[in-house]
Design a protein around this ligand. Structure first.
Ligand code: PEP
Ligand code: MG
Length: 322
């Protein structure tokens, strides 16, 4: 079966009726970087940079990070690298950072909130990414942005980072900028933020948690509060509609994108790109290539009318798009 799937590696990710989707890989450690092209990905759609912190004893400095992002770009050979700035806090605790204890860490200082509270850490990372961008195509994305004020503050820090690099006479490249949509507020506030953005990526893991108020790490809740809840599907659909309206590229990088059975729904809803776990990439690619976009659209329209999780699961398990 594995062997049959490898036949899809070098095929373009286009449906039978000619609709093309970009398939990227989610990467959470260094050794995966060099393998993303082996599984037929067109680049990295989510580089979870926290792994740099988890395996270290201290924050890596600008130079260390520059080296690492540059190495990643070299092994990608021209393909895109989407660097997510440190998503510190909540389920991603970094032992040596001594974050202050919070009653509700998932609702606390995490993601962009941590970065804005620790601008030096953020600026260091941004400087490293900007410098590495000389070696390839880099996107920068901010986790857990829910409101325009956070985005504006982050962009102001980007300007600081550039000013420092200019003053230090270090050369740097251009980036494109995006946010990870992970809260319902981000979806509703998107129209005000889109003018500042080059792309948006939907993080369904956190979007599900924050929409259904169900802790993503609690196994007792996963079945009853899944990403395939009608509420989450509606928020994905709204995000896509806002992005299309503003002509901003829309991607999805949550776990939901790694399920080949969900591919017809996601593509039918209108995503431009999906970022997938490398181990599932070829299966998802096969589902895309063997299907018809028109059938995906019809299927997505049907699923959007359903109000019960079990009906949605049945529709997804029984759809035949090839
Ligand atoms: C998400 O929340 O869907 C996501 C992609 O980010 P992470 O799983 O790293 O929180
Ligand atoms: Mg997340």
């Amino acid at each position: 079966r594995r062997q049959a799937l490898t036949a899809y590696k070098d095929k373009p990710s286009i449906t039978q009726d000619g609709h093309s989707i970009t398939l990227l890989a989610n990467v959470g450690n260094l050794s995966e970087v060099s393998h993303v092209t082996d599984v037929g990905a067109q680049g990295i759609g989510l580089f979870r940079t926290e792994f740099l912190l988890m395996n270290a004893k201290a924050l890596p400095n600008e130079q260390q990070q520059y080296k690492l992002y540059s190495d990643a770009l070299h092994s990608l050979q021209g393909q895109v690298l989407s660097v997510r700035t440190f998503d510190i806090g909540a389920d991603k605790e970094i032992p040596y950072l001594q974050q202050s204890a919070e009653d509700n860490p998932a609702l606390g200082i995490r993601g962009i909130r941590y970065s804005l509270a620790h601008p030096d850490t953020f600026i260091n990372q941004v400087k490293a990414v900007l410098r590495a961008a000389i070696h390839g195509q880099v996107r920068l994305m901010f986790p857990m942005v829910s409101q325009i004020e956070e985005l504006e503050s982050a962009m102001a820090l980007i300007d600081h980072a550039k000013a420092q690099l200019i003053e230090q006479e270090k050369s740097f490249g251009e980036l494109s900028y995006g946010i990870v949509v992970e809260t319902p507020a981000a979806v509703f506030n998107l129209p005000s933020m889109l003018p500042l953005l080059d792309f948006v990526s939907i993080g369904t893991n956190d979007l599900t948690q924050y929409t259904l108020a169900a802790d993503r790490t609690n196994p007792h809740l996963a079945k009853q509060y899944p990403a395939l809840s009608p509420a989450v599907i509606e928020l994905i659909s709204m995000t896509i509609a806002h992005c299309k309206q503003a002509k901003v590229k829309v991607s999805l990088c949550g776990e939901l994108g790694s399920d080949p059975q969900v591919l017809p729904l996601l593509v039918g809803l209108g995503l431009d790109e999906i970022s997938i776990n490398p181990t599932s990439l070829l299966e998802v690619k096969a589902a895309l290539i063997n299907g018809r976009y028109q059938d995906f659209v019809t299927h997505a329209q049907n699923v959007k009318r359903l109000t019960r999780i079990d009906e949605i699961r049945t529709a997804i398990n029984t759809v035949n798009c090839n």
